[in-house]
Each structure stands twice: as structure tokens, then as C-alpha cells.
Design a protein around this ligand. Sequence first.
Ligand code: ADP
Ligand code: MG
Length: 325
Amino acid sequence: MSETRELILEAKHVTKRYPASGDRMLTACQDVSLKFYKGKTLGIVGESGCGKSTFMRMVVSLEQPDEGEILFHGRDISRLKGRELRQHRQKIQMVFQDPAEAFSPKMKVMDIICEPLLNFKRIRKSEKEAVARKYLEMVELPGDFALRYPHSMSGGQRQRVGIARALVLEPELIVYDEATSALDVSVQKTIVELLVKLQKEKDIAYGFICHDMALVQSLSHQVAVMYLGSIMEVLPGEKVASGCRHPYTKAMIDAVFDLRMDFDKPIKSIESEAPSPLDLPAGCPFQNRCPRCMEICRREKPALRQIEEDHQIACHLYGQQGEQR
Ligand code: ADP
Ligand code: MG
């Protein structure tokens, strides 16, 4: 990605902790720095509970970080309140696994799609049906669906309604949190194609959370690999399979290819359990599962460092220039 890119949103050293039982604190995100560019997709992968949703909830201003900044066009939005927060929220939208769960069963599709516009008084009630038809066509559903109820639709169709609802405010960034994970593989494929098409047409930045490594790398311009609240590696999606360097990313890739290529082979999974986010170890979060763990890894947390253009890694195995130790 050497062409010029327009930075839309930048998270800088963002940390989020939650209170847990017994006066303890759970660290859901630790010192996370990531960038979102216009018209590009940043994918986040990692095991369940590693902090993907927590990070994105801060990006879309549903939660505030305890430390760090979230800069939107250079301005910190992480502490906005009241009217300013409400105005800002229009610019970044989020689509969840099954947005239909959030829809009232009594609302027609046109009400669901147009609700954000009516909330911000950007259209009149009389314009609802026409606007809903336009956005339904954009997500490749018949305009007549405007008059239907969501329970009469399939999961894939409802997800398209969720995407239409995210689009109506014409946001600059849309975050998809496991938005295709509950769908059949064939339906998932058509939704992903739609997302790619919409991104090209509208030049929107995407954040794409998914636990399916193969899907994320196929769709993302950059992929961030997260483990126990920390970013381990960031690299272009097309380089993940051949160019990843972090022992954790490599283990994930091995699992993907073992699964896909040779079902007779035992799946090479990672040794031992992930530690709990309640007792994060000093040093590298991955140390107790890493086949290459060194003495320094138990003492010092590796910082995320640039080793090539578009490639960052947090691992003591690599020196300043990215050479392997
Ligand atoms: P992911 O989306 O990667 O599965 P999450 O961001 O949902 O992970 O969660 C990261 C960690 O933070 C988990 O240990 C989870 O239990 C914890 N967590 C998330 N939200 C809250 C909350 N509101 N209160 C307490 N703990 C939370
Ligand atoms: Mg999640």
C-alpha cells in the first residue's frame, strides 16, 4: 500500500479496564494503537475474549478509554459528551452479529432503516419509504421490502437491512463486529462481496472483527492480530499467510491451513491455556504459550514496532530492523 492514504481515525495507546470480582481489574485492551484509512479495511483477529469488541466499542464512542486517545481527523473524540458526542456519532456506525435482535419486531423495515435519519431530523416522515427503497436497492434487496417486518426475512436479508441502516447516515467509518459470523458460508460470501462493492462506491473506511482468519485476510487491507488485549502484529491482509512473523500469528495460520488442507493431520493447536486478563503477566502476554519464548519475554513487554512499510510487530525475536535474533 504505497499510494497516499487519508487517515480518518487513529487510536493511540488506548487502554480499557473493567472492575472484576474481589477488587480486581480486568484489562480488556492494553496500549492499543491502530489506524483507519479512507476506503480501506482494518481487520482485527484473535481468539474470543481478546478484546476486539471492547476496542471497537471505544472507536464508535460506545465506551470511553481509561487511557489513550482516539483521534478522528486529528481531534480527540474519546471524551466527548452531550450534544457534541451525539453529533459525532453520526459519522461512525457499527453493525453487529444479528442487528435484527436489536430491531423491534413491530417496526417495518423502512422504520428500521430510517430511524437514525429521523433521530437526527435529517428527513421528514413522509420521505421514509422513498429513502428506505433507495438504501434497500443499495444493499441489493427489493425496494418492496420497505413495507415488510424483519421476522419475515432470512438472516442474510436481515443483515442487509442492518447494513442499510448503518449506511443511511453516510458515515465515514463502519465497524462490523462478527457481522457475517452467524451466516451460512454461501450467504456470508455474498454479504462480503456486497461490503467490498459498497466500500469501493462510497470510499468508506471499515473495521472488520472476525474470528475467521481466512475471511479476514481475504477482505482486509491491513490485519491486526490481537492477543489478551494487546496487538501482536499488523500487516497487509495479502501478506498474512506468507509474510507473518509473530509466533502467535504463525500458530493461527497453521491452524487455518491444517483445517483446510489436510483433515487427516492432527490440528496443531497452541500449547497451554491463555492466561486470564485478570492476571496479565509481566512481559509478553504470549510468553507461556510461545514456542520461542526467551528470558527477556518474561520481563519486558515488547512494544509494537515498525519493521517494514505496513508491517508492525510486538516481539523480542526481531531486532530494530526486523532481523530475526
Ligand atoms: P472479544 O470481542 O475479542 O471476544 P471482548 O472485547 O468482548 O472480547 O472482551 C475482552 C475481555 O473483556 C473479556 O475478558 C471480557 O470478559 C471482558 N469484558 C468485556 N466487556 C466487559 C464489561 N462490560 N465488563 C466486564 N468485563 C468485560
Ligand atoms: Mg466480540
